[in-house]
Write a protein that binds this ligand. Structure first.
Ligand SMILES: Nc1ncnc2c1ncn2[C@@H]1O[C@H](COP(=O)(O)OP(=O)(O)OP(=O)(O)O)[C@@H](O)[C@H]1O
Ligand SMILES: [Mg+2]
Length: 294
């Protein structure tokens, strides 16, 4: 399931064990990266350059496969392929274990179990929801900046945790939304969660968006539709030229767990991005020209 913590777990495992290997590489968001222009070749280049710690130039992707096999065949390597959704991605990056030296490990995360079973993956681990205690701690950290809720907030916190159903992404977004609000506001937010049928995660995440001010909403939607992955400074420059006061706006979005910044680039969780695009889409279902963003 999206937002359950697959990437987070893979990242932790990767950081803990990478010292045992001759080379390692964490390929994040393979699905999205692969879909970009030249994505396949670029991912192959990244794989080779990170493992070999030298620049790799690949002119086309079938050559890339040859090169990966030739250069990595004898190396004991650790690779994470994060968010794979199609066997073509595996075929171009790590089709068989014999491409790599003995003792190598390939970790693949996917929302789709079929991708793993179809490609002869040796062991499958299904990411589990957070248990109630951990869920309460995560929520409390975001909402109250504390590992455990203060007495007044215990019952309400438990209710939210029940709605979020152990899903870390929802706990983060709702928790950040609740931060700094009064008990009364907590109550009405919980009523809104209560109204969501089927506990659809996208609908739960929407509570974080609805609580933003107008300019912050615009910034959020522009990032979701156009600017995800851009450098933070560049985003601020672009949005400031529209009069959005983006410096403070992006800071608020970070505090609300709606975007994050890593290596200077602005990221947004894929489900939040889907929500953002959906909000724009719903502005006019039939006529794209009437939407605020094309
Ligand atoms: N065990 C955890 N403790 C605290 N926070 C967590 C934990 N697992 C995940 N999170 C947080 O929840 C959010 C979603 O996690 P993550 O991106 O790993 O999900 P995912 O399963 O990879 O989702 P997707 O299928 O959309 O890629 C992240 O912001 C992450 O920081
Ligand atoms: Mg992920």
């Amino acid at each position: 399931m999206g937002g359950i913590g697959k990437t987070t777990i893979a990242r932790v495992v990767y950081d803990r064990i990478r010292w045992q290997f001759e080379g390692s590489c964490f390929l994040a968001n393979v699905r999205e990266a692969f879909a970009e222009k030249d994505g396949r070749r670029r991912l192959q280049e990244q794989l080779l350059s990170e493992i070999l710690m030298e620049r790799a130039n690949i002119c086309d992707s079938s050559r890339g496969i040859e090169m990966i096999k030739r250069r990595l065949q004898r190396k004991k390597i650790l690779v994470v392929l994060d968010d794979v959704d199609d066997h073509k991605q595996l075929e171009s990056l790590a089709a068989e274990s014999k491409w790599f030296g003995p003792g190598s490990r390939i970790i693949i995360t996917s929302r789709d179990k079929q991708v793993l079973t179809r490609n002869g993956v040796a062991r499958i681990y299904e990411a589990e929801k957070l248990n109630d205690d951990d869920a309460l701690t995560l929520f409390s950290q975001k909402a109250l900046k504390n590992d455990q809720p203060a007495e007044d907030f215990v019952e309400l916190s438990k209710q939210v945790v029940g709605y979020a159903n152990g899903l870390p992404l929802a706990l983060e977004v709702i928790g950040s939304f609740m931060h700094g609000r009064s008990i009364l506001e907590w109550g009405s937010a919980i009523n809104r969660l209560n109204d969501i049928p089927d506990r659809e995660i996208i609908d739960m995440l929407r509570i974080g968006f609805d609580g933003l001010h107008e300019l912050e909403k615009k910034i959020f939607l522009d990032i979701a539709c156009f600017l995800k992955g851009f450098k933070k400074d560049r985003i601020i420059r672009i949005l400031d030229s529209c009069g959005f006061h983006a410096h403070i706006g992006t800071q608020v979005l970070i505090e609300k767990s709606l975007i994050s910044v890593s290596r200077d680039q602005v990221w947004m969780h894929n489900l939040l991005q889907i929500m953002g695009k959906e909000i724009v889409h719903c502005e006019s279902l039939e006529e794209p020209g009437r939407r605020s963003r094309l």
